[in-house]
Write a protein of this length. Structure first.
Length: 287
């Protein structure tokens, strides 16, 4: 296993794709014209970005018979590993006060670590000093409708209703030797996955500022007990975007997303507490 990257190298690596897109936009801007963006009136807005911090994930996977599993703090157990985070946002203003917004977020990591405690996971025991590989992947989708109940030349306030779709895949695997004092070796793998819909209600405020800047502040929340899951979801976000041209925008922001779910499904019986928070950078276009 290679040496983990330092936080500085990780930040630089995560930002490379966004700044590369910014460079392409700068080189193409003259050919695209000098049309100014108008965030409060443009029909379509797209933004592609990445987060600069790791997610915090606590997982428990119970056995088939419902026996309790070990609650795993993924970062504490596996430390820093190979991690990718990508976020795509889209907005369609189909009428003056009416918008549809969509989001796709992807995060996955794969880690190897010699564990210092026994872990019960999916009905299997991973003993102390076993070298365990942990794989964890999230896909988050959102579609929401927004209505601007207060709209002025330089700002608007909106209410929204929508739904997230959260898909998670997790797996622990290891080669275990010497059980019961013997010399036998066996490969062990246990995985859990689920897909759940999470309805949300939200509020959003957006301001058009001088110098081609705009500020966006939003919050979403919902709690429910539906079918095979019980839990809540929260998402709060603040962003500042510089958009001097329709095809040239660069933004910075802070995002806090949290989902706490107790799931009793065919492929996952357990608890998930997942939070990611921290700064983000993105490239945006509007037209």
């Amino acid at each position: 296993m290679g040496k983990p990257r330092s936080p500085i190298r990780r930040v630089v690596g995560l930002g490379t794709v966004v700044f590369a897109m910014l460079g392409v936009g700068l080189s193409c801007a003259p050919a695209m014209g000098a049309d100014e963006a108008d965030v409060l009136n443009d029909r379509f807005i797209f933004a592609l970005g990445t987060y600069l911090v790791d997610a915090d994930t606590d997982l428990e996977l119970r056995g088939d018979a419902g026996e309790a599993g070990t609650r795993i703090d993924w970062n504490r157990t596996f430390g820093e590993g190979s991690l990718t985070r990508i976020r795509l946002d889209a907005q369609w203003r189909f009428a003056e006060r009416h918008k549809l917004r969509a989001l796709w977020f992807s995060s996955d990591r794969s880690d190897n670590k010699t564990i210092d405690r026994e872990i019960e996971w999916g009905g299997e025991t991973f003993p102390v000093n076993a070298k365990v590989k942990g794989d964890l992947e999230y896909q988050v989708y959102e579609l929401s409708y927004e209505y601007a109940f207060l709209r002025r030349d330089s700002y608007e306030l909106s209410a929204s209703v929508g739904a997230y779709w959260v898909s998670m895949d997790s797996r622990l695997s290891a080669t275990i030797t010497g059980e019961g004092g013997g010399t036998t070796t066996r490969d062990v793998s246990r995985d859990g996955s689920f897909d759940v819909p999470l309805p949300v209600l939200g509020l959003r405020a957006q301001w058009a500022l001088p110098y081609d800047l705009s500020f966006d502040l939003s919050g979403q929340y919902f709690t429910a007990n539906i079918d095979v899951y019980d839990g809540d979801l929260q998402n709060y976000r603040a962003t500042l975007t510089w958009q001097p041209r329709k095809w040239l925008g660069l933004g910075i922001g802070y995002d806090w997303f949290s989902a706490d779910l107790d799931v009793d499904a065919s492929k996952f019986n357990g608890n998930v507490n997942w939070t990611f928070s921290g700064p983000m950078i993105y490239y945006s276009v509007s037209f």
